[in-house]
Design a protein around this ligand. Structure first.
Ligand code: FES
Ligand code: FES
Length: 155
């Protein structure tokens, strides 16, 4: 099978059987994300200790892309420092928006979502969890929306 098929399979797998799905009782950071284009919502739970992400879980309703992206993100973040998580955000965001490709840090499995760069509405799906992550790390109480992030850029 070619790479595209493997990528597709991984997205379908994580979309159907999301890892780290469900609330995290001892989270010390949470945030909500909302995609006004479709009405989908995500709640993200992050547990950090001494600046290191020990656990990440999420709940919500979303399409296959947003669910797969949140699932892959949750796996990628464990054991990272908050600074590393922000660097991953930047790299992933550059990849899926097609703006300013970054070669560092290595994105690993997150690269399976590169294809959404061709579909602007799907970019919102793929980045919903990630924008919610930044909101969680800065303890933002208002839901982050994918419209607001278009203007803010770094939302
Ligand atoms: Fe709603 Fe993808 S269609 S997040
Ligand atoms: Fe992140 Fe628009 S999708 S700034």
């Amino acid at each position: 099978p070619d790479l595209r098929d493997l990528y597709q399979e991984l997205i379908i797998d994580h979309g159907r059987r999301p890892r780290n799905f469900g609330a995290l009782a001892d989270a010390n950071h949470t945030a909500e994300g909302f995609n006004p284009l479709c009405g989908d919502r995500i709640t993200l739970f992050v547990k950090t200790r001494d600046g290191v992400i020990e656990d990440v879980r999420f709940e919500g309703t979303g399409c296959a892309i947003s669910t797969a992206s949140a699932s892959l993100m949750s796996e990628a973040l464990k054991g990272r420092t908050e600074a590393e998580a922000r660097a991953l955000f930047d790299g992933f965001h550059a990849l899926v928006t097609g703006h300013g490709a970054a070669d560092e840090p290595p994105l690993g499995k997150l690269e399976v979502l590169a294809g959404v760069a061709e579909f602007p509405t799907r970019v919102k799906c793929a980045t919903l969890a990630w924008h919610t992550l930044l909101a969680a790390l800065r303890d933002q109480s208002a839901p982050v929306t994918t419209e607001q992030d278009e203007q803010g850029g770094t939302a």
